[in-house]
Design a protein around this ligand. Structure first.
Ligand code: KIV
Ligand code: ZN
Length: 531
């Protein structure tokens, strides 16, 4: 176990500046592993917006990207490194000097930079992916960590596919990485294969067998292929791990990573069973969840724990009656503790600019004067169409506006002929690189006609993979939130759009996805490292 060890590290290791042994560091990798989800991609401004919310959440470490992956990633990690003051900012690097140099170049301006370097250690990965012998891998661990440590005081090392690595070899590599200067050792369950008891035993085994283990913080990084990422992370904490790597909404490769909001709220709610604390300001959780969903175009499932639309909804009469008598009957977490405030200000078409500004503040938005002006104009349009404007409407509207601030292609207007009397036709206006363009197109229905019109104005080969509509609130006047997934050359992106008119929301979502595709075209995944 890690007892009595973190206090000894405090002077040297600022990021682990914790005064008790039960403090669990939260390492958020939404901007790196989260962005590796098929369909999710973020540009520099989007990463910066999320990083600032992560800082408000007071996460200990923000993994901002993989600087060698593309110039865009390099610039984004650099921008996050310059902007963030409270959380440590981390960049990922393979066990190669060029990767580590590039990561350091991006991270150097950070108040608290961290280099995270990794190398596969499982027999399967070493043989087929790396085509390296174990001895070569072991040497590369020593060399890469020492090289990174020469540049940066705070180095984290991960044995990729750690849970499928032979124990003797894992212990040797961990000991070597610590000797070479790694201050955090992260054990990834890369393919989401382990189960809680087994993972806890692995962490305990490392504490028992690695002689210098007390010189590093032990971290875990769990994927969710079997739906066990959060359970595995919590089991590891009980076994002595003191850093958990996770993402907002559980975003991440394949089935995703451990969801940050679930790990944090489980530790907070069940402190009787798990006496550990995090530094997370949980009242910002809903805002972070919504922002990540809007930016990536990944909707949050309604029954998702903590942040789903139904997480605090009570449908059955018996439950409603119970909650009215005492919230604790069916609510184990207060909505307020995750930032779901019962609104004080109710908005409608008579609300003025001042009330609107106060509402934005209440919802946690700090916008410049121009952005407020534009948001107010869109709010007035919406209030004309809808009797009551709920917080969810304003959140959808502002996110839609701010997220699209730097897009090359912008939706301007849409007119439609549809129904059973005349052939469907879309009359569309877009602004492309600042120039207003318009066209008309027909199709098999209003959606097809609208998307054909977009293709006419901005020709591309991407294929539509998903078209999904859901209502932001209740009632026939509710805003529709549409998600569109496009695929081009093996790369997928999701776009989202919201409007009271479902077809306008669809056009906005398609244009959003197209803008993301333009960002994604510049990015390519780095190949597996070979010696
Ligand atoms: O899942 C994984 O193994 C990773 C490593 C780079 C830590 O993301
Ligand atoms: Zn991962």
């Amino acid at each position: 176990m890690q007892s009595g060890r973190l206090t000894g590290l405090c002077d040297e290791l600022e990021v682990a500046a914790v005064s008790n042994d039960n403090r669990v560091l939260i390492f958020d990798t939404t901007l790196r592993d989260g962005e590796q989800s098929p369909g999710a991609s973020m540009n520099l401004e989007e990463k910066l917006r999320i990083a600032k919310v992560l800082e408000e959440l007071k996460v200990d470490v923000i993994e901002a990207g993989f600087p060698i992956a593309s110039n865009g990633d390099f610039e984004a990690v650099g921008a996050v490194a310059r902007a963030i003051k409270d959380s440590a900012v981390c960049g990922l690097a393979r066990a190669a000097r060029a990767d580590i140099d590039r990561a350091w170049e991006a991270l150097e301006p950070a108040a608290r930079p961290r280099i995270h370097t990794f190398l596969s250690t499982s027999p399967l990965h070493m043989k087929y992916k790396l085509q390296m012998e174990p001895e070569q891998v072991h040497q590369a661990v020593a060399d890469s960590v020492a090289y990174a440590r020469n540049l940066c005081d705070d180095v984290e090392w991960s044995p990729e596919d750690g849970t499928r690595t032979e124990h003797d070899f894992l212990c040797r590599c961990v000991e070597t990485a610590i000797k070479a200067g790694a201050r955090t050792i992260n054990i990834p369950d890369t393919v989401g294969y382990t189960v809680p008891d087994e993972f806890a035993a692995l962490i305990r085994m490392l504490f028992e067998r690695v002689p210098n283990i007390d010189k590093a913080v032990i971290s875990v990084h769990c994927h969710n292929d079997l739906g066990l990422a959060v359970a595995n992370s919590l089991a590891a904490v009980k076994a002595g791990a003191r850093q958990v790597e996770c993402t907002i909404n559980g975003l991440g490769e394949r089935a995703g990573n451990a969801a940050m909001e679930e790990v944090v709220m489980a530790l907070k709610t069940r402190s009787d069973a798990m006496p550990y604390t995090t530094g997370v300001a949980t009242e910002h959780i809903m805002k972070a969840s919504h922002l990540v969903s809007t930016i990536t175009g990944f909707p949050v499932q309604p029954n998702k724990a903590i942040v789903g639309a139904n997480a605090f909804a009570h449908e059955s009469g018996i439950h409603q009656d119970g909650v009215l008598k005492h919230a604790g009957t069916y609510e184990i977490i207060t909505p307020e503790s995750v930032g779901l405030n019962r609104s004080i200000l109710v908005m409608g078409k008579h609300s003025g600019r001042h009330a609107f500004k106060s509402k934005l503040k209440e919802l946690g938005y700090e916008l410049g004067d121009n952005a407020i002006q534009e948001a107010f104009r869109r709010f007035k349009d919406l209030a004309d169409k809808k009797k009551e404007v709920f917080d969810e409407d304003i959140i959808a509207l502002v996110d839609d506006q701010v997220v699209r601030a730097n897009d090359r292609i912008r939706f301007v207007s849409l007119g439609l002929v549809c129904g059973s009397k005349a052939p469907p036709e879309a009359d569309l206006e877009l602004e492309i690189d600042g120039e207003l363009r318009s066209t008309k197109a027909t199709g098999d229905g209003p959606v097809d006609s609208t998307f054909n019109a977009i293709k006419k104005l901005f020709p591309h080969d991407a294929k539509l993979q998903l078209f999904q509509v859901h209502a932001v609130t209740e009632g026939t006047d509710a805003q529709a939130e549409v998600t569109v997934r496009l695929e081009e050359g093996g790369k997928t992106v999701n776009g989202q759009g919201a409007d009271t008119d479902t077809m306008v929301a669809a056009a906005r979502a398609y244009v959003h996805a197209l803008n993301k595709l333009l960002v994604k075209r510049e990015k390519s995944a780095p190949a597996a490292l070979r010696a």
